[in-house]
Write a protein that binds this ligand. Structure first.
Ligand code: PLP
Length: 409
């Protein structure tokens, strides 16, 4: 597909939220780590589906059902090609990252037995902690954690020490939602494979910011959410290597995931249907395909360069604020800045910024272990997407310059 040269002003025209006002001010949206805004093409695709194409999939002989099925399956192929998977049936539609991780923890987890070990890292989202704790409790396995340094970088030597023949699965985030750290997942995967362990990468914060090629990475599973990469909520993907998915028991039982059912015995459908019980989020899957179409029209390296420029510029400007402390200063990081300002509470800063039309996140960002590590209750998080600009960062700085003295008095 031909790529359009990156031009932030042109991109902004594709996102109708740009015209939104909040509290009488032009909205500045810096909460992209939580969810992204949607381009008009994705919104139109959803509307068009419900207006003209709505039918259930994989079941009907009638035209509408066949059209809906084709659109859904084309979307799967779009995603497969974008992330470099070998087969489209390695793309399982799920509810999102959380759902994808739970599928692996439950289904792949059925292979684990007492004494086996699962490794996660110190910077995981709760979604990539709790399912593994539940698995370990169920199976009598041990959960081990790769530590990190003060800058928010994983200690890979310590990781090597944790790995052994007992390690069955390593589950690590590609990019930290709270710190912005880009982890060296290629090395993490290689090391895990050396001891025969499989690897799940939590890609919730990755595909919208950087190139992801699952074959080149050689990860065994890759999980992500549609809503964070300009697609709809309630839909996401679990990528898994064919042989592993084939070898895993289904996660849920129901329609579409079966081959034959009798009261005595049921046989299961082939991939990807074995893991897609019941009527899926059809419009969501189709809308997600459109989001990938949007991403594919851009050169992701140029997107990454733009976001790096935003990160460097914002960091430089924020550094000049007296009493500011950053959390997450990894050498290799992406467009997330977590910080606190001495003498102020993050919640108050977030609330006053909202009064000025600026949306940021405050709190623990579903990463309480990170907050415990730094011994803080939470941070203010500014997270950029491809449609953000330096002018918006200037307005954030002006707003902070007004707010902070007010809160300190
Ligand atoms: N993992 C990471 C790194 C995240 O940032 C998030 C969401 O913020 C998740 C997992 C969970 O994603 P979802 O809530 O879309 O399932």
């Amino acid at each position: 597909m031909e790529k359009v040269a990156f031009n932030v002003q042109e991109i902004r025209k594709e996102f109708p939220f740009i015209n939104r006002k909040v509290n009488g001010k032009k909205l500045i949206y810096f909460d992209n780590g939580a969810t992204s805004q949607k381009p008009q093409s994705v919104i139109n695709r959803l509307t068009n589906f419900y207006t003209n194409e709505n039918a259930n999939i994989h079941r009907g002989v009638h035209t509408l059902s066949q059209e809906a099925t084709s659109a859904y399956e084309e979307s799967r192929i779009n995603i497969q090609q974008y992330i470099g998977a070998k087969h489209s049936h390695e793309i399982i539609f799920t509810k999102g990252t959380t759902d994808s991780i739970n599928i692996v923890a439950f289904s792949f987890g059925e292979h684990l037995k007492e004494g086996d070990e699962v490794i996660i890292s110190a910077m995981e989202h709760h979604s990539n902690i709790v399912p593994w704790q539940m698995l370990c409790e169920r199976k009598g396995c041990r959960l081990r954690v790769i530590p990190m340094n003060q800058a928010g970088e994983l200690l890979l030597d310590e990781y090597s020490n944790l790995l052994s023949s007992k390690t069955k699965l390593v589950a690590v985030t590609h990019i930290s939602n709270a710190l912005g750290t880009i982890n060296d997942v290629k090395t993490i995967i290689e090391k895990a494979h050396q001891v025969g362990a499989k690897v799940l990468i939590d890609g919730a914060q990755s595909i919208q910011h950087t190139k992801v090629d699952v074959e080149a990475l050689d990860c065994d599973f890759y999980a992500f959410s549609g809503h964070k990469l300009f697609g709809p909520t309630g839909v996401g993907v679990l990528y898994g290597k064919e042989e592993l998915l084939n070898d895993m028991p289904p996660y849920q039982g129901g329609g579409d995931m079966i081959s034959e059912v009798s009261f005595e015995r049921t046989t299961y459908n082939t991939l990807p249907h074995k893991f897609e019980a019941g009527t899926p989020h059809i419009a969501g899957g189709i809308g997600l395909g459109e989001a990938f179409h949007f991403l594919n029209s851009l050169d992701i390296d140029q997107v990454e360069a733009h976001e790096k420029e935003l990160l460097d510029y914002a960091t430089m400007r924020l550094k000049k604020i007296e009493g500011i402390k950053f959390y997450g200063e990894a050498k290799n990081k992406t467009s997330v800045i977590s910080f606190l300002v001495e003498g102020t509470h993050p919640y108050d800063v977030g609330t006053l910024l909202d009064k000025m039309g600026i949306a940021v996140r405050t709190g623990h960002h579903c990463t309480q272990p990170i907050m415990n590590f730094y011994n803080i209750p939470g941070t203010i998080r500014v997270s950029f997407a491809l449609y953000n600009t330096k002018e918006e960062i200037d307005l954030l700085i002006t707003a902070l310059d007004r707010i902070i003295p007010m809160l300190k008095n």
